[in-house]
Design a binder for this molecule. Structure first.
Ligand code: ZN
Ligand code: ZN
Length: 380
């Protein structure tokens, strides 16, 4: 019986070499015993390998296309035999051997000693006053900076890097395995030089060969007016210097705005609450509101209701981009007096009477509300 090699890889009979490769990679990722512990996957993987062995070889593929089976005993294919059931090589080796870096093996050759540094992030707490109008804030940064002793080279004065003898400067050690896939070359980073291809016979005494040292620096960061909580200010190349003195990453300063005692902020608008006595709300009055940077008169109109709002235009936070400012919203809390003396009570009752709003008096025992309750319960 002839096996359907095209069907096993799920490709059409006129599939290109590239399509066959891709199909194989996809299936190998799914069924290789290194990644799939299911015992059935083991057999499936053998099949997939056999199909790939045949279809990736022009001669064997031709035999298949003519109706034969190059892997069958006596099938006539050159090199036919137990190859399809041969030993497995490592999953990553297959990926590397066939697909290079795309298979996850990474770049080849020695890796450079000098590499770009990482970005750093720093949290900066500011008051509303500072986020609103900007500030020059001192910050302390703990990062790696260039080693001044060796200027990043990592070598002691008067000495140089030497080629790694273990890998001959390639940064990797290669091993060749003969498998059913043909020759599979696998490579591992050289452990003697950590893949650099060079060694430092005499490391710089200051940085021990890293080319950078950790230090604490003080900087001043200019915070523009109108920044908001959570925003990040980027300081180019103020982050970590890279290994071997590589270009520094960026430093991001993340703004955290402390809550304000009086104002809450929504975008560039500010909100505050002001308590107004019941009498002032009824009669109207003028208040003075301290904004972030000025004092403003606020007119409370006669008959102001609880929950009313007065809007002071352009007394909020300056816009970060463009000109102008947000608004300040003053929320008026009308307060009812909690304690009044006999004279005040008399005047209030008189007031109520003139408005036809006579108020039932509280009793010494239960009070108005408990009498109401009793009335509802039918005990009155
Ligand atoms: Zn150094
Ligand atoms: Zn080496």
């Amino acid at each position: 019986m002839t096996r359907d090699y095209y069907g096993i890889l799920g490709v059409s009979r006129d599939a290109s070499d590239d399509e066959i490769k891709r199909a194989y990679r996809k299936l190998a990722r799914q069924y290789h015993p290194d990644v799939n512990p299911d015992p059935k996957a083991h057999d499936r993987f053998k099949e997939i390998n056999a199909a790939y062995e045949v279809l990736s070889d022009d001669q064997k593929r031709q035999i298949v296309d003519l109706g034969g089976d190059p892997l069958a005993p006596g099938g006539g294919g050159a090199g036919a035999g137990p190859a399809g059931a041969g030993p497995f090589v490592g999953f990553q080796d297959i990926m590397d051997a066939f697909f290079g870096a795309a298979g996850g093996g990474g770049a080849r050759g020695p890796r450079p000693r000098t590499r770009p540094g990482a970005d750093a992030i720093l949290r900066l707490e500011l008051d509303l006053q500072e986020t609103a109008f900007g500030v020059e804030a001192p910050i302390t940064v703990d990062t790696a900076v260039l080693c001044t002793t060796c200027s990043g080279a990592g070598t002691a004065a008067g000495t140089h890097l030497a080629t790694c003898e273990a890998c001959g400067g390639r940064g990797e050690i290669q091993s060749v395995q003969r498998t059913f896939l043909g020759q599979v070359v696998s490579s591992r980073p050289c452990t003697v030089c950590q893949g650099y291809g060079t060694v430092i016979p005499h490391p710089c005494p200051t940085c021990a060969g890293d080319g950078r040292v950790r230090t604490r620096r003080s900087l001043t960061v200019k915070i523009p007016a109108g920044v908001e909580d959570g925003m990040r200010i980027r300081l180019a190349q103020q982050g970590e210097v890279g290994p071997g003195g590589g270009t520094a990453g960026d430093l991001y300063v993340e703004i955290h705005e402390r809550p304000h005692d009086v104002y809450s902020r929504k975008g560039d608008d500010l909100h505050c609450r002001v308590t107004v006595p019941m009498t002032a709300a009824a009669l109207g009055t003028r208040l003075t509101i301290k904004t972030l940077d000025s004092e403003e008169p606020v007119d409370v109109k006669p008959g102001t209701q609880p929950g009313s709002t007065v809007r002071l235009r352009a007394r909020g936070v300056p816009h970060l981009r463009g000109t102008g400012r947000g608004d300040l919203f003053v929320h008026l809390d009308v307060r009812t007096p909690t304690k009044i003396d006999a004279e005040q009570e008399r005047i209030l009752r008189e007031f109520a009477k003139t408005r036809g709003e006579e108020v039932a008096e509280l009793t010494k025992q239960g009070g108005f509300f408990s009498r109401m309750r009793d009335a509802f319960n039918g005990h009155a």
